[in-house]
Design a protein around this ligand. Sequence first.
Ligand SMILES: Nc1ncnc2c1ncn2[C@@H]1O[C@H](COP(=O)(O)OP(=O)(O)OP(=O)(O)O)[C@@H](O)[C@H]1O
Length: 392
Amino acid sequence: MNGVPRGVRRASEAVDPALGHGVALKADFAVQRGDFRLEVKLTVPQGEVTAVMGPSGAGKSTLLDAVAGSVRVASGQIELIDGTIVSKRRHPTAQARGVVMLSQDALLFPHLSVRDNVAFGLTVRGLAKSRARQVADEWLWRVGLSGSGGHRPRELSGGQQQRVALARALAVSPRLLLLDEPLTGLDAETASETRAVLHEQLSATRTSTLIVTHDAFDAAALARQVVVIEGGRVTQRGAVRQVLEAPATRFVAAVAGLNRVTGTATRGAWTAPTADEALRIEASLPAGTADGASLVAVFRPADVRLARTAEPTWTGAIRVAHDEPREPGEWLAKVARLEPTPGGARVHTTAPDVVVEVPAAQLAALALSTGDPVRLSVDASDVRVMAAQPSA
Ligand SMILES: Nc1ncnc2c1ncn2[C@@H]1O[C@H](COP(=O)(O)OP(=O)(O)OP(=O)(O)O)[C@@H](O)[C@H]1O
């Protein structure tokens, strides 16, 4: 697309050597918000999308606010691609930083047409109004909204408004785009359409982006790398797939839909206490693991088999699992909660906390209730054992 106004940069512009090649943002700073302290070290590669995930209250929005400039840095600094430095003493405006934030709420100007909403940032940056409107129309076409330029924002659906906000953000070719849960609040179909437009436009423009999301699917669909923040600290970072396959914390395991149980290396196997006998899984341990080392076992809920502890055998006699020795990979637990899914249920069990995916047909046969004792088992070949310490 041509017609980029003066002062508005393209994502492909030369990189300031001070920041290092291919880096859009380098941050190592702390922010204090009341009692809450966020301390992060983070790099956003140029032209790529980095996801930020973390539980509620972890500090994700605070991170974006600090980068955008709505919150002051308490110590350390944030360095942007053109050499702009943010620190306790230096607090440039969002525009001077070349940073644009897009949140859950599209925040369009209600009294302006859709076209003028998109053109607004361009005219502020010095483009003539007629040219800005032309560029705005091109952007509306790119996000699938050609023909909507003359409407008021209230005449568009939530998803369409979000696409206008995206067009407005990308039209000024920001050095860094900040997206704060842009798909939250949209219904599944609209979110899917908006996700596709986001992916297409972020890839096409190679806009350096930091996106906060609570959804592993969005992270995998949109981002190349992910930074996990918990309690104001980075707990894991890396390529999205790598992080989801090897969760360093319970939060990441839950987001990835995996079980993550902490245990110990005991005589060449992974073991963990249960309310009953110790659970022993004879999976391969990381090379060089010393006896007694803390290790986590990661496995899919669908790979855990679940049976009632007392069940009739083919002879009609009742077999009670408590009376039998436990096989490796087998343990007794209690049902804590049943969570319905489209195909059955996720059965949450305790001691240790493990989720089991049970298909609908089996669920009907089991007739489970909260508090029921159950016998669980998992094959060692379905379990990945890793060192317990977080990698961030
Ligand atoms: N303006 C503020 N003044 C004081 N404390 C704040 C302010 N905004 C946020 N906080 C606190 O900072 C912490 C981090 O909040 P933040 O909104 O960054 O978390 P988050 O990870 O984005 O959470 P969520 O996913 O729920 O949006 C919270 O404990 C919150 O109460």
